[in-house]
Write a protein that binds this ligand. Structure first.
Ligand SMILES: CC(C)(COP(=O)(O)OP(=O)(O)OC[C@H]1O[C@@H](n2cnc3c(N)ncnc32)[C@H](O)[C@@H]1OP(=O)(O)O)[C@@H](O)C(=O)NCCC(=O)NCCS
Length: 344
């Protein structure tokens, strides 16, 4: 093993900064897809039901020989190129995932090795589908305090690896993907507001019961499919709509505006009906609401950076606009940011 790189500027002593932005973004969706028709071959469901109840037509799936760090790497490279930053310019890597390559070591360390930037502190964080927003929040704290200067935040999940393909309620929802952002002092998406929260009383609404210290892997736990994700879909639906709406209301109030004043609102892409319900509760016009789930399904921690990246590709991020993003998921945990778009 080579010795860690020596960085010329010891980041803990850098000066605090007033503004913090996303300087570059990228996302990756693996090429293999699973259609509703394919799922209908294994469980009692139909293309029509899935489209009507979720808005999903297909989802992406990682290759047999890939893991979360592989798709995280593709998204990270795209974000670094977009920011014009080399991996060795980073001084922190935060990788949000619920589907690590292995329990030990962290997936962030596999990613760091792939990026070839030894010495850069790297860690995973777990906040379910709101993981990217949690990572962004912590990156802001790190950069604004002056403790770190350039942070790579990645949301990456391969939920198809932990999906129970015998459960028609959940197997239709999830797809794989990764999204990444480079957070630093200057950039094109200035973060004006950031907030995170959680309520552990809802911990059993979305969970994987086995494979941890509570219930280590055993032949029985595997036979009972307890290493796969289970959810109480109807209950999650209601809490997701309520909590994401409240987050956007709070963000708008903090900035002295109304939710309908945001130029774009991007909720976690869990289900098109959840996103629509958030939009209607807040009085957000359909043109200002991002519903982008039909080709991806719910990509968990990658959902927000993928939706944001695709909105940008579609020309929906215009200089001067205010964009609100809100994540929500297992925990229950949520994260909300407001971004001001600048010229890039
Ligand atoms: C799971 C979800 C799609 C189900 O949609 P829904 O409209 O709430 O449907 P319901 O759960 O009320 O079920 C309605 C009926 O459809 C059935 N159903 C569920 N999945 C089905 C499927 N894939 N195909 C056909 N029928 C299905 C149910 O069994 C139920 O039948 P019943 O009335 O005979 O009992 C929706 O609740 C959801 O998206 N929830 C949030 C998902 C989530 O937790 N995401 C992860 C974190 S954000």
């Amino acid at each position: 093993m080579q010795s860690p790189q020596t960085r010329s500027e010891p980041s803990p002593f850098a000066p605090a900064v007033d503004t913090c932005s996303i300087a570059g973004m990228g996302y990756f969706l693996p090429p293999d897809t699973v259609t509703n028709h394919q799922l209908a071959l294994t469980v009692e469901t139909s293309d029509e039901w899935i489209i009507e109840r979720t808005g999903i037509h297909q989802r992406h799936r990682i290759a047999q020989d890939e893991a979360t760090s592989d798709i995280a790497h593709r998204a990270a490279v795209a974000a670094l190129v977009d920011a014009g930053v080399s991996p060795r310019d980073l001084d922190l890597i935060l990788l949000a995932t619920a589907t690590p390559d292995t329990p030990v070591p962290s997936t962030a360390c596999y990613l760091q090795a792939r990026l070839d930037c030894p010495g850069v502190p790297s860690m995973d964080l777990g906040a379910g589908c709101s993981g990217f927003g949690y990572g962004l929040h912590m990156a802001l704290a790190a950069v604004r305090s002056g403790m770190h200067r350039r942070v790579l935040v990645v949301g990456a999940d391969a939920l198809t690896r932990v999906t129970n393909y015998g459960d028609r309620q959940s197997c239709i929802l999830f797809g794989d993907g990764a999204g990444a952002a480079v957070v630093s002092e200057g950039g094109f998406l200035e973060v004006l507001y950031s907030s995170i929260g959680a309520d552990g009383r809802g911990a059993n609404l979305i969970r994987i019961q086995a494979g941890g210290s509570r219930m280590p892997a055993s032949a029985d736990s595997v036979a009972a499919s307890m290493h796969t994700l289970e959810l109480k879909g109807r209950e999650v639906f209601k809490v997701a709509v309520r909590q994401m709406s409240e987050c956007i209301r709070d963000a708008a109030a903090a900035l002295g505006m109304a939710p309908s004043d945001f130029d774009l609102v991007i909720p976690h892409q869990a289900n098109a009906r959840i996103v629509e319900a958030v939009g209607s509760q807040l009085g957000v016009h359909a043109d200002n609401l991002v519903i982008d789930i039909s080709q991806t399904g719910n990509t968990a921690a990658a959902s927000i950076p993928i939706a944001l990246g695709r909105a940008r590709e579609h020309g929906r991020l215009k200089p001067g606009q205010l964009v609100a993003v809100v994540g929500f998921g297992a925990g229950m945990a949520w994260a909300c940011q407001v971004l001001r778009v600048h010229e890039k």
